[in-house]
Design a protein around this ligand. Structure first.
Ligand SMILES: NC(=O)c1ccc[n+]([C@@H]2O[C@H](COP(=O)([O-])OP(=O)(O)OC[C@H]3O[C@@H](n4cnc5c(N)ncnc54)[C@H](O)[C@@H]3O)[C@@H](O)[C@H]2O)c1
Length: 430
């Protein structure tokens, strides 16, 4: 039986390498439609949690995970030799930046080296990690073909970017269309077939390179528009214009305008990182991606702007940052999630600490702030809020009592317009 038939009859065995924010929801989707699925991760802890049907990803409900684990449709392991049984392998490992802002694709390479060990005829390999155009053709393809297989004839290789937006209940791994670009047309067809079998909606493109660039265009679009609106916010502050009111009124235009909002800086594993994958690769063709560099500069200056604005606001109250009690409200990189990766809260906290402030944080989703010292958790309550010199809303969450904050805290700097509609003399907005 060839792979197409196996997929159509749901006899194919699927595997997913990397069971994080991207890989776990995907593995659950495969298992949910009845495909035997195995997840492989280097983290023994995650593997144990999956096998005991305990979800550690907010978007994957434990009840949903429990259903597929109990039916024996999904299991997890740290043992890569299970890939021998797999007909399809989706790679969902991290793609960070090095300190020099160069792409770090070492996780992808290490996953492919594991695949090499049990690679066999008929296997379909799909890279889902976000990466620069050419990774599939220039890095993965040669590693697979050096094992003696011809891609497009013996084995199949494609790129399909993951476009999930953690915390978004309307658009999830299940219903976001899946862009698919294979190394050959047959690779594209088989990859599209896998997603169709999982009841996803594949959008075919003509090459892996196009599929890789699609994802980077999407995230560059966000980064550039956020950079633009951040610059407008800086400009409006200088000119004493309420930027939030400007955006809300502009957003009433039914065409040709899409609102983006300023904030304390970019966060998460995607928007601050992905555009630099593209500009790094463009440089190799002698092309300077100016919008990417410029928006990167503006966005990465926002934490400093927030600290300067707080300094001004304290100064107006005859106070200074040195020795002040600063409360950081919301440390995840966006609302109603627990992910703190690349959160601007880190830069802002460090800047305050460097200027001599005592910093505490409050975030109902984050019990422990990894990677930074001397930032205790704040006990949220009226009396304690009254003792804070300034509370800064970095990220607003739906489950926080902001009325209590406004009632008790002497000064609030709202970097997200979370307190929209509340007028009070102790609120200063970005
Ligand atoms: N998080 C998002 O919102 C999002 C959205 C779209 C795309 N992406 C992209 O998807 C990719 C994965 O991101 P993520 O957020 O799921 O990361 P993550 O850190 O949540 O998960 C990655 C997982 O891979 C595992 N891992 C690392 N190296 C491994 C290896 N060699 N073999 C097996 N497992 C390994 C880690 O233990 C971890 O569980 C990245 O390229 C990211 O840019 C992420």
């Amino acid at each position: 039986m060839d792979l197409k038939d196996k997929l159509e009859s749901k006899k194919a065995v699927c595997s997913v390498i990397g069971l994080g924010y991207v890989g776990l929801p995907l593995a659950v989707e495969f298992a949910r439609v009845g495909l035997d699925t195995v997840g492989v991760d280097i983290s023994g802890e995650k593997v144990k949690l999956v096998n005991s049907a305990t979800s550690y990803i907010k978007d994957v409900k434990t009840s949903e995970l429990d259903k597929v684990v109990r039916k024996g449709k999904l299991r997890a392991t740290t043992d890569f030799s299970v890939l021998r049984e797999a007909d399809t392998i989706n790679i969902c490992v991290p793609t960070p930046l090095r300190k020099t802002k160069d792409p770090d694709i070492s996780y992808i390479v290490s996953a492919v080296k594991e695949i090499q060990k049990t690679l066999h005829e008929g296997q379909l390999i799909i890279l889902e990690s976000t990466t620069y155009p050419g990774t599939t053709d220039e890095v993965i393809l040669p590693l697979l073909e050096e094992m003696g297989f011809k891609v497009g004839r013996d084995i199949f290789l494609a790129f399909s970017p993951e476009r999930v937006d953690p915390g978004n209940e309307k658009y999830t791994t299940r219903n976001i269309p899946k862009v698919v670009g294979g190394v050959t047309p047959r690779c594209t067809e088989l990859a599209a077939k896998l997603y169709e079998t999982a009841r996803m909606n594949p959008v075919r493109v003509n090459s892996a390179r196009v599929a890789e660039t699609v994802k980077l265009l999407e995230n560059t679009f966000r980064s550039v528009n956020i950079g633009l609106v951040n610059e407008i916010a800086l400009m409006c502050h200088r000119m004493d214009i309420n930027v939030w009111e400007v955006i809300d009124a502009a957003a009433t235009k039914p065409f040709g305008f899409m609102p983006f909002y300023p904030g304390p800086g970019l966060g998460g594993h995607c928007i601050p990182i992905d555009p630099f994958y593209l500009s790094w690769k463009a440089k190799m063709s002698g092309f300077e991606a100016r919008f990417i560099e410029l928006s990167g500069m503006i966005n990465s200056e926002m934490p400093r702007h927030v600290v300067n604005r707080v300094s001004e606001a304290l100064n107006a109250r005859r106070k200074c940052i040195n020795g002040s009690n600063i409360l950081i409200m919301g440390v995840s990189y966006k609302e109603d999630i627990d992910d703190t990766r690349e959160s601007p809260a880190y830069d802002i906290i460090r800047l305050f600490q460097r200027r001599g402030a005592q910093v505490q944080y409050y975030d109902p989703y984050v019990n422990r702030l990894e990677g930074i010292d001397n930032v205790p958790v704040f006990e949220y309550g009226g009396k304690n809020l009254a003792r804070v010199d300034c509370a800064i809303i970095i990220t607003g969450h739906g489950n926080v009592d902001y009325q209590m904050l406004v009632k008790n805290c002497p000064l609030i700097f709202d970097a997200r317009n979370t307190l929209k509609g509340i007028e009070s003399g102790n609120i200063v907005r970005l």
